[in-house]
Every structure is written in structure tokens, then in C-alpha cells.
Design a protein around this ligand. Structure first.
Ligand SMILES: NC(=O)c1ccc[n+]([C@@H]2O[C@H](COP(=O)([O-])OP(=O)(O)OC[C@H]3O[C@@H](n4cnc5c(N)ncnc54)[C@H](OP(=O)(O)O)[C@@H]3O)[C@@H](O)[C@H]2O)c1
Length: 326
């Protein structure tokens, strides 16, 4: 697991707990936390696992002997991780990007010319509760581009309870996830827990505007986003715009979220770290540029997050909607 934080510790931990040899590579503070407290994994179904003998390393050289590398750094760290891995990996090593966004696979490929880079996607949410405890909050298998090199590992992932779902074309799956992740900047700007934010129509209308803009661009590009949830992606904006009481009735399941859960973009702003905005709404702006079209809503969200990275202020739903409509 390269970049073992939330996703890396959880996915790697599930694999290790069911007998797959795993080396975690990440930061010293995480190494210290796991050495002191151990690694514990819980999930929304009530699972509660302790993982013994975690091998957590802090230098890239620890990846040298790996046959399979799962990259789980945030998107802003992909380029650096690619450079480090290029120096140590064996030729032919399979490298899977389990990151959000569309372009991390391409960034890895630029440096890892002798390895096989396979893009993937994690559909569920993992909360780092601190003290070595990681919680999977929602369901889902691990999505990945189909590749014959993954065959030796399929059983290990299934045993770990995280089956690999292989796709002939992962791009529509990545775009579908990105459409959902367009809420990340809205949640971060609201400064509210997800459930509270999504319960308010004004914030949902902001998300609907960002999604509708993206869906039109994807349509123009000939990309149909995959169906990740029971509701098809193109129906989302209309459902999000519903009055609160109707939304609760029709899409109440979307609000079945831990009342304290927030997005990682909110956490990044809180911790003063760079956000993934360039790889989410920024990707929509890039798509618009490639089509010579505007993307005013997503451009504005990128700009507001850039500003929030310097000075934070909470946005009410009404103010944010006005800003995006302006
Ligand atoms: N968490 C979720 O629920 C979730 C769900 C689905 C998808 N994702 C996606 O999965 C990816 C990972 O997210 P995450 O929440 O797991 O992030 P995270 O908790 O920040 O974990 C990444 C870890 O990798 C470390 N790191 C960065 N560069 C490194 C390097 N070159 N060598 C070693 N360690 C390095 C980071 O340390 P520093 O902080 O010091 O850089 C951090 O501890 C993101 O693309 C995210 O959008 C997350």
C-alpha cells in the first residue's frame, strides 16, 4: 500500500487480516500511531477486526520487492509518489491507482514506463477515527480496469471482503464517482457535516448545478457515466433540486450518513493541506476547455476552494447558490 492513510490502511488492513502479505508505506506519524495503538478496522455491517504484525515502513525502498502496488496517496501527491516508485520498482510490477479523479493513472504512467499501471476506484468511504481505527462507512466493491495481470490477486481481494470488480472501461466509472465528488467543495465551503449540508435544498441546488454542467459536457464528449447508485446519474440534478420534504421521501437513503461524517476536502482545508479540487471540479474545467466550452459553476467552485485554502469562511447555501448562479 503506497501512501497508507485512510484508504491504504483500510484496504491493506483487510488484505493483511485475511492472510495476504502486505507492506504499508507512508508517513512516520502513521507508523508511530499504528506501533502504539495497533490497527483496527470496523465497517457499516458491524465488522470489528484487529490486524496483528503490521509492517509499516516510511521509505520508498520498502516497495522494491512488491509484485502489486496499490497507490493511495491524495491526487496532489501522485507525481511525487510516481517518481519515488520509478526508482525502486521491478519492471512488470502491477501498480493500481485507488484514487479519486480521472488522471492519476496517466500521471503514474508518465514515470512508470516499465511497470503496468491500472486505474481503479474506491466507491466506499473510509473514516480515519484516529488511534489506529479506520471505519468503512458505506458499501461497495473495488472497481478496477480489467487486466490479466490482476488474476493472481482476485482471490485475495475476495477473501478480504473487498472483491475486485473489473471493468472493460473504467472511465465511465471514474466520471460517475467524480460527479458524486462534486459535492466535496460544496460540503467544505458549507463547513457543515455532510448530512446537514445535503438536507438543505440550497446546497443541493449548488451540487445540482455543478452536476448538470458536467453531465452536459460528458454528453458532448460521448461519455455516459456508469450507474453507481440505484438512481442513474443523469437523474441526480432533478432529484437534488426537489424541496426538502420530497427529497427526504424519495432519496432518504442518500441521507443515511453518519451524522458527523464530512468530506476529505473539508478535512484538508481544516488541516491546511492542499485539496484535490484540481482533480475533481478542475477536471470538469479541463473537459470544458477540451470542448471549447465554458464551465462557469465548476470554475467558480475551483476558485472558491483556492480562496478557502488561504482564508476560510463558511458559506450559507443561499450565498453559495447566488455566487454560483452569478
Ligand atoms: N477516504 C475516503 O473515504 C476515500 C474514499 C474513496 C476514495 N478516496 C480517495 O483515495 C485517495 C486517498 O485518500 P485517503 O483519504 O486515504 O488520503 P490520506 O488519508 O491523506 O492518505 C494518504 C496518505 O499518504 C501519505 N503520503 C502522501 N504522499 C506520500 C508518499 N510519497 N510516500 C508515502 N506516503 C505518502 C499522506 O501523508 P501526507 O498527508 O503527509 O501527505 C497520507 O498519510 C484520494 O484520492 C481520495 O480522494 C478516499
Amino acid at each position: 500500500m503506497y501512501g497508507a492513510g485512510g484508504i491504504g490502511c483500510y484496504v491493506g488492513g483487510r488484505l493483511a487480516a485475511t492472510g495476504t502479505p502486505v507492506t504499508f508505506v507512508g508517513r512516520q506519524r502513521m507508523a508511530d500511531e499504528l506501533a502504539a495503538q495497533g490497527l483496527r478496522l470496523t465497517d457499516y455491517l458491524g465488522a470489528d477486526l484487529r490486524v496483528d504484525d503490521v509492517r509499516y515502513e516510511t521509505l520508498p525502498a520498502a516497495a522494491a520487492e512488491a509484485d502489486l502496488v496499490l497507490v493511495t496517496v491524495k491526487s496532489a501527491g501522485t507525481k511525487a509518489a510516481a517518481g519515488e516508485l520509478a526508482d525502486v520498482l521491478k519492471p512488470g510490477t502491477i501498480v493500481v491507482s485507488f484514487q479519486n479523479g480521472i488522471r492519476n493513472g496517466a500521471i503514474l504512467r508518465e514515470r512508470l514506463k516499465d511497470q503496468v499501471v491500472v486505474p481503479g476506484m474506491v466507491p466506499f468511504n473510509v473514516l480515519n477515527r484516529g488511534g489506529g481505527v479506520f471505519h468503512q462507512g458505506t458499501e461497495g466493491a473495488l472497481d478496477v480496469q480489467r487486466h490479466p495481470g490482476l488474476a493472481p490477486y482476485v482471490d485475495s481481494f475476495a477473501r478480504a471482503g473487498l472483491p475486485l470488480k473489473q471493468h472493460d472501461d473504467i472511465l465511465p466509472v471514474q466520471w460517475a464517482k467524480l460527479l458524486l465528488n462534486l459535492n466535496n467543495p460544496i460540503n467544505a465551503l458549507s463547513d457543515l457535516p455532510l448530512r446537514e449540508e445535503l438536507s438543505q435544498r440550497a446546497y443541493r441546488r449548488c451540487l445540482a448545478a455543478a452536476q448538470a454542467e458536467t453531465l452536459e459536457l460528458l454528453d458532448a464528449k460521448g461519455i455516459t457515466p456508469a450507474r453507481l447508485l440505484p438512481i442513474p446519474m443523469h437523474r441526480f440534478p432533478a432529484i437534488l433540486r426537489l424541496p426538502d420534504f420530497l427529497f427526504r421521501r424519495l432519496a432518504g437513503k442518500l441521507l443515511a450518513i453518519d451524522p458527523l461524517a464530512r468530506t476529505s476536502m473539508w478535512e484538508d482545508l481544516q488541516a491546511g493541506r492542499p485539496t484535490e479540487i484540481d482533480y475533481l471540479n478542475g477536471e470538469v474545467v479541463r473537459l470544458a476547455d477540451s470542448l471549447d466550452r465554458p464551465a462557469p459553476v465548476n470554475t467558480k467552485l475551483v476558485q472558491l476552494i483556492r480562496e478557502a485554502e488561504v482564508i476560510r469562511r463558511p458559506w450559507s447555501g443561499a450565498d453559495l447558490l447566488r455566487e454560483l448562479q452569478g
